[in-house]
Design a protein around this ligand. Structure first.
Ligand code: SF4
Ligand code: SF4
Length: 335
């Protein structure tokens, strides 16, 4: 492993920033999120940011292509994808798993979203192993390994040793970025890693998708009939929610086709032309969100579309809590 004194972290990041943009967790206008690194900025190293890193790969608003409308002719020009590499720092294991979930959707064998895939290709991800657990963390119950970040997305594992960081490259891409600041790193074998504490919130999830497959008409969903405000906070903060809408922005003959985040918690989300609304109420919308995360996605990809980060339960203004729902459903008899 390669060791960096924490007192040299700023020098280390500055050195990497000479080669490519570096994105770090920090505070922007009172909101913790990932943002481009600037010298001497305060990094958020205690816990995960409120805003997950999904926007690095799936921006809140993104132009898909340009067009020009001339009479009956429509000229389409592709957007230029960002080509330069970038480094994304200190991504917790739950959020690394969130990126793996997004990969399943946007880089499936049947369909690859070119803009998403390009951002994944140019981004080296430094994971950060957690040495603690918040009350709302239940990552291990959702299949996340707290010891090792999922190597399908992580390129370097970072261990917090107190006064030092230990870096372990997981692939060539990670090695290459570490080599850019080699003079600040020292090699050390047999590094003693701090123990990973048990997650405070542990849920029984074995057999959960099968159990949920029998609950579509169960009374358990009635609890949500009036509660949700439809604000969408849960979906926007979730590292795995990925629904988007497509809009046109027109100025004269010139236009942009835009992709923007959407939310299945909005009542217009499933509203069809002609006025038909298949998900008529809050109960139906929450049911769809939870079943998508805990049953449908699992049936397709053998992994949950929830990584147990706890953001939605801590930020929902109505205290709607997916972890309590899981506990409740696992107690109920199958119907
Ligand atoms: S559903 Fe909630 S706990 Fe699960 S990944 Fe999304 S925000 Fe995190
Ligand atoms: S954050 Fe809570 S109230 Fe807002 S849409 Fe999500 S579940 Fe509903």
């Amino acid at each position: 492993m390669q060791i960096l004194e924490k007192s040299k972290l700023d020098d280390f990041l500055q050195m990497l920033a000479k080669h490519q943009p570096v994105i770090v967790p920090t505070d922007v206008d009172g909101l913790s999120q990932y943002a481009p690194y600037q010298a001497q900025m305060t990094l958020l190293l205690d816990g995960k940011p409120t805003v997950s890193p999904k926007g690095i790969f799936l921006p809140q608003t993104e132009a898909i292509y340009r067009f020009k409308a001339q009479g009956k002719n429509l000229l389409i020009a592709e957007m230029e994808n960002q080509q330069t590499p970038q480094v994304l720092f200190f991504v917790r294991h739950c959020d690394v798993q969130g990126i793996v979930c997004l990969d399943k959707v946007f880089m499936s064998p049947e369909y690859t979203d070119q803009q998403y895939a390009k951002k994944r290709e140019i981004t080296t991800i430094f994971a950060l192993r957690c040495n603690g657990s918040k009350e709302s963390c239940f990552c291990t119950s959702m299949g996340v390994d707290p010891e090792k970040a999922n190597p399908a997305a992580a390129d370097v594992e970072v261990y917090d040793l107190g006064d030092q960081f230990a870096f372990e490259a997981l692939n060539e891409r990670g090695e290459k970025v570490l080599s850019q600041a080699a003079e600040l790193l020292s090699n050390q074998d047999n590094v003693i890693l701090p123990p990973v504490p048990e997650r405070k919130l542990q849920l029984k999830t074995e057999g959960l998708p099968e159990k949920l497959s029998t609950t579509f008409d169960a009374p358990i969903w009635n609890d949500f009939m009036f509660k949700c405000l439809g604000c969408g906070t849960c979906t926007y903060l979730c590292p795995t929610c990925h629904c988007f809408d497509i809009n046109n922005k027109l100025r004269g003959e010139d236009g942009l086709k835009l992709r923007t985040w959407d939310s299945c918690m909005f009542d217009e989300y499933t509203l069809m032309a002609g006025g038909h609304q298949p998900r008529t109420g809050k109960k139906e919308r929450i049911r769809n969100r939870f079943l998508h995360k805990l049953q449908y996605f699992y049936e397709k990809h053998q992994m949950f579309l929830c990584v147990g980060c706890g953001r939605c339960l801590t930020k929902c203004p109505m205290n709607i809590d997916i972890s309590k729902f899981v506990q409740q459903v696992m107690k109920e008899e199958s119907r």
